[in-house]
Design a protein around this ligand. Structure first.
Ligand code: PLP
Length: 353
C-alpha cells in the first residue's frame, strides 16, 4: 500500500507542477545540434531555427570535431569501463588535461564526468570545517550543491555586490577561518553578467582569500583566445580553482574539468568523490574536446567569437529582476536567421500585448 501511496504522491506533485506551468517538456530533435534543427512534432518533422543551445561557437556538428571524436573512438574503443585510478586512464585523458590546462593558463588540470561533478567535488575535497566559503547567491546549482557537501562554513553575498562580498569576507575573517574561498561564476548564465574579476581579486588579496571560478559560460568565448572571464581582465593567474565544461562552447559534447596549481589538482585526484567513483570520460568525448580546443584557441576561434558577439549585440538583455526570454546565439547563426528570430519575437509580442 505504501508503494501505491508513493506513486499517488508523485502524480500529485506532477499535477501541481503542471498547474504552476513548471513542467519542462523534452522536444525530440532528429538532426544534429545546430543553428537549424529538425524537431519531431506529433509525428511530423519540422525544420526550425534554434536559439536555445549553449553551442556558442557552433562546433557541436563541426565535421572536424565529429571526425576527431570518431577517430578517438576507433583508437580507444567506446569506453574504458573503469574509474581513472583503477584501469581507466588513457593517453587521451592526459592529453586533454594538458591541453585544457595550457589553454586556460593553469599549471595542471583534472577531468570530471561533467562540470556539475567538478563543482560537486571541489569544496568537500579541498576545504574542511576550519575553512569558509563565500559564495555569490546566483551561482550555478552545482556550486550550491558542492558547497552544501563541504563542511566549511558558508557565507553568501548578493549577486555581484562587492560591498556585500567585503562584509561576508570580514565576517569569515572575524570567525577565524583558516582558508577563505570565494566562489563565483565567471559569466552568470541568466543575464550574461561577467563577474567583476578585478574587484573580486582586490578583495581576495585584502582578505587573503582564494578564488574559485566556474567558467562554463566563458571558456572558449570570453577573453583573449577565449581563455576565460579572468583572462579578460588579465587576471587568469589570480584564479586558484577554475572549473569549466566541454559541453558548451568547446564542442557541446560533455565532460568537465578543474584547472589550478599542481597541488590543488593532485589533491582533487586523491579526494574528489565524483572523480574517484565515476567512470572515466569516453575516448570519443575527449577527442571531440581536443579538436574543439584546437579550433577555439586559433585564429578561426577569433573569427567565430566575432560572429558570436555580432549576433549577441542584436539581442538586448532586460534589466535584472524582470521576466525574461533567454536567447542563445552562436557563431553558426547567419544574419538572416537572426532576422527571422527577431521578427518571430516581434510577432509574438504583438500577439500578446
Ligand atoms: C552548464 C553549467 C554547468 C554544468 O556543466 P556540465 O558540464 O553540463 O555538467 C556548471 N556550471 C555552470 C555555470 C554552467 O553554466
Amino acid at each position: 500500500m505504501s508503494r501505491q501511496a508513493f506513486l499517488n504522491r508523485a502524480q500529485e506533485t506532477l499535477r501541481t507542477l503542471g498547474s504552476e506551468g513548471l513542467i519542462k517538456p523534452e522536444r525530440v530533435i532528429v538532426s544534429p545540434q545546430g543553428a537549424e534543427v529538425e524537431v519531431s512534432i506529433d509525428g511530423t518533422v519540422r525544420r526550425v531555427l534554434n536559439f536555445s543551445a549553449n553551442n556558442y561557437l557552433g562546433l557541436a556538428n563541426d565535421p572536424r570535431v565529429v571526425e576527431a571524436s570518431l577517430e578517438a573512438t576507433r583508437r580507444g574503443g567506446a569506453g574504458v569501463g573503469s574509474v581513472r585510478f583503477i584501469c581507466g586512464t588513457l593517453g587521451i585523458h592526459k592529453e586533454l588535461e594538458a591541453a585544457i590546462a595550457d589553454y586556460v593558463g593553469a599549471e595542471a588540470a583534472i577531468l570530471f564526468p561533467a562540470c556539475f561533478d567538478a563543482n560537486g567535488g571541489i569544496f568537500e575535497a579541498l576545504l574542511g570545517e576550519e575553512d569558509a566559503i563565500v559564495s555569490d547567491t546566483l551561482n550555478h546549482a552545482s556550486i550550491i550543491d558542492g558547497v552544501r557537501l563541504s563542511k566549511a562554513k558558508r557565507y553568501r553575498y548578493a549577486q555581484g555586490d562587492m560591498d556585500d562580498l567585503e562584509r561576508q569576507l570580514a565576517a569569515a575573517r572575524a570567525a577565524n577561518a583558516r582558508t577563505i574561498m570565494i566562489a563565483t561564476d565567471g559569466v552568470f548564465s541568466m543575464d550574461g553578467y561577467l563577474a567583476k574579476v578585478d574587484e573580486i581579486a582586490a578583495l581576495a588579496d585584502r582578505f587573503g582569500a582564494l578564488i574559485m571560478m566556474d567558467d562554463c559560460h566563458a571558456t572558449g568565448i570570453i577573453g583573449p583566445q577565449g581563455r576565460g572571464a579572468a583572462a579578460d581582465f588579465g587576471l587568469a593567474s589570480r584564479v586558484d580553482v577554475l572549473s569549466g565544461t566541454f559541453g558548451k562552447a568547446l564542442g557541446g559534447g560533455m565532460g568537465g574539468f578543474v584547472a589550478g596549481a599542481r597541488p590543488t589538482v593532485d589533491l582533487l585526484r586523491q579526494k574528489a568523490r565524483p572523480y574517484l567513483f565515476s567512470n572515466a570520460l569516453a575516448p570519443g568525448v575527449c577527442g571531440a574536446a581536443l579538436a574543439a580546443i584546437h579550433i577555439a584557441r586559433g585564429v578561426e576561434g577569433d573569427a567565430l567569437r566575432a560572429l558570436l558577439f555580432a549576433n549577441a549585440r542584436r539581442f538586448p538583455v532586460v534589466p535584472n529582476g524582470r521576466a525574461r526570454i533567454r536567447i542563445q546565439v552562436s557563431a553558426a547563426h547567419t544574419e538572416a536567421q537572426v532576422d527571422t528570430a527577431i521578427e518571430a519575437l516581434r510577432q509574438a509580442r504583438a500577439a500578446h500585448t
